[in-house]
Structures are given as structure tokens and as C-alpha cells.
Design a protein around this ligand. Structure first.
Ligand code: FUC
Length: 939
């Protein structure tokens, strides 16, 4: 019955269907960031716009964050723990919340009271100097800005500008308006404005939300030229004139007796002057991931263009742009090489001497220097406004023929046959406690390791490296729609017409994983993977650990990219150290704890607000990834190395859990059911996670033969934790009390954690499974990107293939509404997941969910095609991985299994279930087993 691998090799070609490379492609350059194509090597990432006259690569480096090493836990917080718990048990949620808000949140970069003082002082200084408002002030030397700046300074060439900025404009008052009381509308201004007309203060407001509308007395205005001067004071992010969304008139002056439509438009070109750009820094709970730099390549003399195309081949990880101009075909290839840890791009043409260009480095950070490093290299040196880290990037050019000149701020090349650019970047970050790195030295060393190798050789090395992972898994769902560009394909997508798009989405998830999380990067994929162009990205582009960070790694094991989880394990190890201080300060407990967010500096204390920041099971959930890595790989050394992390996490809960006087059960308090319902005692999700942590810690201890007493303690406590409960609507209760609101469509489905990704609720307890399913029905089928992805996985675990497919298809719908400017959960043109805005968890969770339809292995056996939708009735997949260390290939046809091929990577027993059939056999490490639709071993 046992088959050595060489016996079965001949069967493999049948399983792995030949297919076209998976490509994203477009007929026009990217206009928006979410149209640009992402490349990455785990540590560096870039977004490629592919413009003809000017190409733009916006690039990132995974350790470039704001902030610095510091303490996050609030000493003395634990003194309030008892009182907060008691208030919750007494039903006084508001009181518990305000006490927690005051005494239990983690530390910010500075205390709010200190900041208020600094802010007051700064305002006094900058407000003192108002002579810029005078009518006679000469503003000839000031620069010009077009207003409004709807997205803040960032779109007006004044990125990262915080501080005091003066604006001036002149306008003509018609004769017939003289003597009238007027109104001046300016829209929203961030954060404070002092508005003057002809030197007189007419209004001042401090608010991000109030639209400025000021009355101007008749005696202030005069016929002919009048002057408006505004001092704008901005403290953090998106300063300036941000709030004019109405069509038609923007800055309007009108008679106070009439409506604004009768008014005159003020000019939109304003003079401006930066008076002071050092306001006190705003306190932050955690740091933000930062953009690094930009490479701009301007093509000299680009004429009329034909046949433009840009693409990203995810089977080779090569991006490409090409077009024809004046009979010459121009080509650009881009790779993010992991072996060389560099982004490399080649500009070439099919005729010699046609490459003439100017290449420049830039950044959205305000403090930077440009410098020629050597005859073929320029560099950029960046200092952040809000952090300690320095960033350095070097750009080296290697050209074929032509005239090459380098200056501090640019590379100029004329009449060359081709140009290859090597871009490397590094920061002074060494680890979360050490920022003594030398980024220039790292850049020099990275460039020297390129060793003068040809572009073709580097591409070959890159492709080989990438494909060793990528090619492990192949998938086909049949029909596709690749003949139309990807932006149109998204709009045309239905699973009937283009099932292969779902296969591509799965592979794209794998591509993004390899691009944003590789062992050498040390940093896990954050909320945006590795790609970010904003100084103040949504949620800081950090690591939210109440679903998002974990979801990023859902596909890592099952989709055969186990090595990509290495940065996550690195982060967990560091968090398990950093989280000890929080466990002590906030709970007086041993072990480690992580709340709902973390950052580069491994903050573990509660942040944002008591109603969702005090949530204790972020670290315990991360421990599931350690255990699952073991289950999928059976790597005993890994388990041994990481067991102390599980033990320490469990230790925390053995001391943290408290007794509910009503039920007598152990409960988690204070906490919340993310991010729904506020601060409570005993949310269901926590109990599921803690039970799972205990179970896995006990299993690990048993395998390693250690800690028998501790095992007993965990087993005993586990039985005392408040159990899952079915409520009055047949739902799985989200809280201790039966208080679920069946109309609540909240994006988090936290109490279903036990169904997926956990295993606290499985089909063995079909009543509980059905209650969980009922809860999901109540929550509905809509959601943010990641919420759709979670629901995809849940419906797969409920074994409802058609519902699963419906959810996955929603994930693949266009995020950009046809009409208007709205966005919803779905995909952007570059197939990035939209929360909205862009958040990468949906890409990863969605990829995992598609696989979950085809194979599940969380119940102690491999279930084949557990949730196959009717519309995916024929297909094949090879290289899926199941718990137990089995690599699985499946072919199915007309909704029926045809063949399974299993490679045992660790030996051991293999139990298979397909429909109502099952079989079980002992495997030998390295051997392959082929079975038919009846689960009979094939000869
Ligand atoms: C959690 C979610 C939000 C968002 C944020 C990054 O707080 O509730 O929807 O995804 O993380």
C-alpha cells in the first residue's frame, strides 16, 4: 500500500495543469496609488506607476517607522484593576470605562497635560507676530499655493508640514458692494485659523470640523483692492484648507443678506509663507509606518505613444512597462530581488542610443539631503519629524553607451542603449530596543554585493528564488477572462464567467505574502503589507492584533509559504518579552500580554480608548500561529524553541482570570468583544481564545515531555472557563449575558473565532456550530474587506460552498463605486483589498478562504472538498498543505472528486474524509499516496 515518491512521479503532470502565467495588466499608466503595481522582497517594497514621460517608483523599507524605543505600560495601572472589574460586575459600564480611560490606558509619547502646556506656549509665540496680516506687507517673495488643499498639505507639495503658515490673497470689491455687510466662507481649516481682512481680525476658530464663515463689517471693506490674510496653525497631519467639497464656488464673499451663490469667488492662487514649523509634537499611543522615498525617472523627448501596456506577472514577480514611440519600442522591467535585497529596474529600447533620461530621488519627508556618492551612485538621507530613525537610500545606475552625468540631485543619461537602476535602502533600526544601525554602510554593502552582475543574471536569480516558493502551489478553476485588462476584468467579474479570477486572487495573496514577508525582513506584514505612501496612514499602518495582523498570516501555512511567517514569529518573540512589563504594570501578573495593537517598538499596552483598547487576548491569539506552524510542519525544534512563549502566555491567564459571582465560572475581565459593545466582563471570544491557548500549551508540553503540574493546572482551569452558550434567538452569545442584538451588522464577528480561525467549536458539537452559523446570518453578508474575508472562511467551515463563493466574490468586486466617489469593501484596480481604504488583510484572508473551500484539516483529519461551490464544479489544486505535514493535490470534475495525491512530509497517520467516505493509513516520511474518488489507494 505504500508508494515511494519515485513510483508516483509519473502521476504528477496530470495533477498540475499547465496554465498561462497569472498577470495583472493595464493599457494606461497608474494615476492613483491604488492603480500602481506592487513589488517587494519582504524588506523593501515599491509601487510602480509606469508613466510614459515620468515613471515613478514610490518605495518603502519595512523598519522605517516614527517613534523610538520607549516604555508603553502605565506603572500603577493594576491598582485600578479590582475597581474596574467590580464596576463591570455591578453593571456600571460607564463608570468602569471612565476609570479605565483615566488610569488604565498605556503611555503615549508624552502625557496630554504636558502637551497642552507646550501647545499653549507655542500658540502664544506664533500669535504674537501678526504683522504679516497688514495691508501694506510686501509678500512678493512668498511662494504660491493653489487652494483648497482637500487632502491637506500632502497634495500641495508641502508634505509633513506642521506649524504656522500664513496665506495672503488680494481681491477686487465691486463698487455696488461697498457699504454692505458681507460674509466670507472658507470651508474647513485644520486646525486653527486667524482670519484678517484688510489687517482686521474677522474671525478665529479652532476645529477640524467647523466650516469657517465670518461676518465682515461694511467699514472694513473698500472699493477695489482688498487683502485677506490668514494664519493657519496646524499640529499634526493634513494641515490647511481641507474642507471644500461642494461643487461650484469655493472661497466665497457674499452679501450677508443673500445666499452664497450670489457672491464673488476669491482667487484660488494664494501667497504663502511658513512662519514656524516646529509645533510641539502631538502625543501618540503607538508609532506609524512611514513612506521612505520616491524614484522619478523622466524620459527625455517622449513623443506620441502607441501600444502602451504595463503588467505584473505574479508567477515570476516581474513587472513590465512597454510602449512604442516614433517607431521605437521602449521596455522597462522591474524586480524586487530578495537575494540581493534591492529593487532593480531596466530601461531599454529596441534601437540603440534611444535611452535619454533624468533620474531623481525624492521623499515626502521634510528633512532630507541629496548627495552624489560616487561616479555612478546618488543617495538620499532622510530624518523624520516624528521619530528617531534615519533612512538612507542609494541609487546606482549602470548604463550601456551614452553620456552619463551625476549631480547631487540627479542622474542624467543621454543616448544610451539601456540603463539599469539599483535601488537599496536601510534605516538605523537594529531591533526594537536598539537604533544604532548605520544605514549608509548597509546601502554600500548591498550595492557591492550586486557584484557587477548583469540585469539578466539578476532576474534569473530573482525568479529562481521567488519560484522556489511560488511554484509549490498550482491552481485552476477553469475558464478565465484574461483577454481584457485587469481593471475591466474586475468590473466584468462573475464566478460563472471567470472562475479563474478566484484562482488568481489566491495566487495574488501568495505573491503579496512573498513580497511583504520574508525571513530576512524581520518585520511582519503590517496593515498595508509593506506598501505605504502616506506620512499619516490610516491606523498608522501598524499591526492591529484583534484580527488584522493574524489574518495576514492565515494563508502562510495552508498555501505552502510557511517560511514567510518567520517575521511574525520574530515579532511574537519580541512581544513576549515586551509584553511582560504590561502584564506586571496593568494586571500584576506574570507572563506576557498583548492588547489590540502593536508597532515596530513592540508596544503591548492598551491604546486609543478603553472601550476597545482594553482587550487582553491579542498575544494569546498570536500563540495559535506558533502551534499551527508546528501542526503544519511537525517541526519539533520550532516547538521546543517557542514553547516558552506559549507557557508564558498561559501563565498570564492563569493569574488574570477571575471568578464570575453569578455563574461561578472563570471569566476574562475587563475586556471587550472587539470592537463591539464597549468594556465588559467575559466576552465569548476571549474565553474561546484562552481555552485554545491552554489546550495547545498542554499538547505542546506533552510532546516535549515537560511541566506536568502546569499541564494539570491548565486542564483544570480550562474546564472552569465560561463555556460557549446558545441564546434566545438560537444565536451563539457574544457576551456572558444573552443580550445580542440580531440587527447588529458589526464588521467584527468575534464570537465566531471558535469556528475560524480557532477550533473551539467544531462539527462534533453540531448544535453549537448551528448557533454560530445563525449568529453569522444575523450579522449579514456585507462588510469591510477583511470582514468579507473572515466570513468567507467561516462559511467554508460551515461547509456551505455556495455561500463561501458569494463572500469571496464580494471580495473581488470593485471597491470603487461606478458613480460618485464612494468606496466599499472589495478590490482596487491593482487588486489590493479595500477596507476601504487599502488594507492588505482582506487579500490574505480571502486567499486562505478560497483554500478552505477545498481542504480543511482542523478536526484531526483531512476533509477533501468540504465546501465546494456549484460554480467551481471542476478544477485542480496542487501543493496545498494540511495539518500533520501533508502536501495535498486534488482534482475534481462535475462536482465530484477525481484524484487525491498526498505527500507525507513528516510521516504519521493520515485520516481522510470525503463526503460520507473515510479512510485512514499510516504514511512514511517522503512517500506519496494517490487515492481515487472512493478514497481507494490507486495502484
Ligand atoms: C480594527 C478594525 C477596523 C480596522 C482597523 C485597522 O480596529 O475594527 O475595521 O481594520 O482594525
Amino acid at each position: 500500500m505504500k508508494y515511494k515518491w519515485f513510483y508516483c512521479l509519473f502521476l504528477l503532470p496530470a495533477l498540475v495543469q499547465a496554465q498561462d502565467p497569472f498577470k495583472l495588466w493595464y493599457q494606461q499608466p497608474a494615476e492613483k496609488w491604488t492603480e500602481a503595481l506592487p513589488v517587494g522582497n519582504g524588506r523593501m517594497g515599491a509601487m510602480i506607476y509606469g508613466g510614459v514621460q515620468e515613471d515613478h517608483l514610490q518605495f518603502n523599507e519595512s523598519s522605517f517607522w516614527t517613534g523610538m524605543p520607549r516604555a508603553y505600560a502605565r506603572k500603577g495601572a493594576s491598582e485600578y484593576l479590582g475597581a474596574i472589574r467590580k464596576a463591570l460586575l455591578d453593571g456600571k459600564q460607564k463608570q468602569a470605562d471612565s476609570m479605565a480611560e483615566k488610569h488604565f490606558m498605556g503611555l503615549k509619547t508624552k502625557e496630554d497635560s504636558v502637551y497642552e502646556q507646550e501647545r499653549k506656549q507655542w500658540l502664544t509665540v506664533v500669535k504674537k507676530d501678526q504683522h504679516y496680516a497688514a495691508v501694506g506687507f510686501n509678500d512678493a517673495s512668498w511662494k504660491t499655493m493653489t487652494l483648497p488643499t482637500v487632502n491637506g498639505w500632502e497634495t500641495a507639495g508641502r508634505e509633513s508640514l506642521d506649524g504656522a503658515v500664513w496665506f495672503r490673497v488680494k481681491f477686487q470689491l465691486p463698487k455696488e458692494w461697498v457699504g454692505k455687510k458681507m460674509k466670507l466662507d472658507l470651508g474647513r481649516i485644520r486646525d486653527v485659523d486667524l482670519t484678517y481682512v484688510n489687517g482686521k481680525l474677522v474671525g478665529s476658530t479652532e476645529s477640524n470640523t467647523i466650516k469657517r464663515s465670518y461676518i465682515i463689517d461694511a467699514n472694513i471693506l473698500k472699493e477695489g483692492e482688498n487683502t485677506i490674510a490668514i494664519q493657519v496653525l496646524n499640529f499634526y497631519d493634513k494641515g490647511g484648507f481641507i474642507g471644500v467639497k461642494e461643487e461650484g464656488k469655493i472661497f466665497v464673499l457674499y452679501s450677508s443678506e443673500q445666499n452664497r451663490e450670489t457672491g464673488i469667488n476669491l482667487p484660488l492662487e494664494w501667497k504663502y509663507f511658513v512662519q514656524n514649523q516646529a509645533p510641539p509634537t502631538v502625543p501618540q499611543y503607538q508609532a506609524s509606518y512611514q513612506p521612505f522615498g520616491d524614484l522619478y525617472v523622466t524620459m527625455k523627448g517622449a513623443g506620441h505613444i502607441n501600444n502602451y501596456k504595463r503588467s505584473l506577472d505574479i508567477s515570476t514577480a516581474i513587472a513590465h512597462t512597454e510602449y512604442e514611440s516614433n517607431g521605437v519600442i521602449y521596455q522597462r522591467d522591474y524586480i524586487a530581488s530578495a537575494p540581493k535585497d534591492a529593487i532593480i529596474t531596466r530601461f531599454s529600447a529596441n534601437q540603440s542610443g534611444k535611452i535619454s533620461l533624468i533620474a531623481k530621488l525624492g521623499t515626502v519627508h521634510q528633512q532630507y539631503q541629496l548627495k552624489k556618492i560616487d561616479p555612478t551612485t546618488i543617495g538620499i538621507f532622510i530624518q523624520q519629524n516624528y521619530g528617531i530613525l534615519k533612512g538612507v537610500a542609494y541609487l546606482r545606475v549602470k548604463s550601456l553607451h551614452g553620456k552619463l552625468q551625476l549631480f547631487d540631485n540627479r542622474i542624467e543619461l543621454d543616448g544610451a542603449d539601456e540603463a539599469v537602476f539599483y535601488l537599496v535602502a536601510a534605516t538605523s533600526y537594529k531591533n526594537y530596543q536598539d537604533v544604532s544601525g548605520n544605514p549608509s554602510a548597509i546601502c554600500t554593502q548591498l550595492l557591492s554585493s550586486l557584484n557587477n552582475q548583469s540585469f539578466d543574471a539578476l532576474v534569473k536569480q530573482h525568479t529562481k528564488d521567488y519560484q522556489q516558493f511560488y511554484q509549490r502551489l498550482q491552481i485552476s478553476f477553469g475558464k478565465d477572462n484574461t483577454s481584457i485588462p485587469t481593471d475591466q476584468r474586475i468590473k466584468a467579474f462573475t464566478p460563472e464567467k471567470d472562475p479563474q479570477f478566484l484562482a488568481m486572487y489566491l495566487q495574488y495573496g501568495r505573491y503579496l505574502m512573498l513580497a511583504s514577508s520574508r525571513a530576512h525582513s524581520k518585520q511582519p506584514a503590517n496593515l498595508q503589507g509593506i506598501w505605504n505612501n502616506l506620512l499619516t496612514p490610516s491606523w498608522g499602518s501598524k499591526y492591529t492584533s484583534n484580527i488584522n495582523l493574524q489574518m495576514n498570516y492565515w494563508p502562510a501555512e495552508s498555501l505552502n509559504l510557511s517560511e514567510s511567517a518567520a517575521p511574525l514569529f520574530n515579532a511574537i518573540r519580541e512581544l513576549s518579552q515586551a509584553g511582560k512589563a504590561t502584564a506586571q504594570a496593568h494586571y500584576g501578573a506574570d507572563g506576557w500580554v498583548l492588547h489590540h495593537n502593536t508597532d515596530l517598538w513592540r508596544g503591548t499596552a492598551p491604546i486609543n480608548a478603553a472601550n476597545h483598547g482594553i482587550w487582553v487576548t491579542g498575544g494569546a491569539w498570536l500563540c495559535l500561529h506558533i502551534w499551527e506552524h508546528y501542526l503544519f510542519t511537525k517541526d519539533n525544534d520550532f516547538l521546543k524553541q517557542n514553547y516558552p512563549i506559549l507557557k508564558s502566555a498561559s501563565t498570564f491567564f492563569t493569574q488574570f482570570l477571575s471568578r464570575d459571582p453569578v455563574s461561578g465560572k472563570l471569566i476574562s475581565s475587563p475586556s471587550n468583544s472587539p470592537e463591539n459593545g464597549g468594556l465588559v466582563a467575559g466576552p465569548t471570544m476571549d474565553h474561546q481564545i484562552i481555552r485554545e491557548l491552554y489546550k495547545n500549551t498542554v499538547s505542546a508540553a506533552k510532546i516535549l515531555g515537560v511541566d506536568p503540574d502546569f499541564q494539570q493546572l491548565l486542564i483544570k482551569q480550562s474546564g472552569e472557563i465560561a463555556p460557549n452558550t446558545i441564546g434566545k434567538y438560537g444565536q451563539l452569545q457574544e457576551w456572558l449575558q444573552d443580550k445580542d442584538d440580531t440587527t447588529n451588522k458589526h464588521r467584527h464577528v468575534s464570537h465566531l473565532w471558535g469556528v475560524f480561525p480557532g477550533t473551539d467549536i467544531v462539527w462534533k458539537d453540531s448544535a453549537m456550530m448551528k448557533a454560530a452559523r445563525q449568529s453569522l446570518r444575523y450579522r449579514g453578508d456585507d462588510g469591510t474587506g477583511w470582514s468579507l474575508a473572515w466570513k468567507t472562511n467561516l462559511w467554508a467551515r460551515f461547509k456551505d460552498g455556495d455561500h463561501t463563493l458569494m463572500m469571496a466574490s464580494k471580495l473581488l468586486s470593485s471597491a470603487e463605486e461606478e458613480l460618485g466617489t464612494g468606496e466599499k469593501g472589495g478590490v482596487y484596480k491593482n487588486l489590493f483589498d479595500a477596507h476601504p481604504p487599502f488594507q492588505i488583510d482582506g487579500n490574505f484572508g480571502g486567499a486562505a478562504g478560497i483554500a478552505e473551500m477545498l481542504l480543511q484539516s482542523h478536526q484531526g483529519y483531512l476533509e477533501i472538498l468540504p465546501a465546494l461551490p456549484k460554480l467551481l464544479s471542476s478544477g485542480s489544486i496542487s501543493g496545498l498543505v494540511a495539518r500533520g505535514g501533508f502536501e495535498v493535490s486534488i482534482i475534481w470534475n462535475d462536482g465530484v472528486l477525481k484524484t487525491i495525491n498526498i505527500t507525507s512530509k513528516a510521516g504519521g497517520n493520515c485520516k481522510l474524509v470525503y463526503g460520507n467516505k473515510q479512510t485512514s493509513f499510516t504514511t512514511i516520511k517522503g512517500a506519496q499516496y494517490v487515492l481515487d474518488k472512493d478514497l481507494k489507494m490507486k495502484l
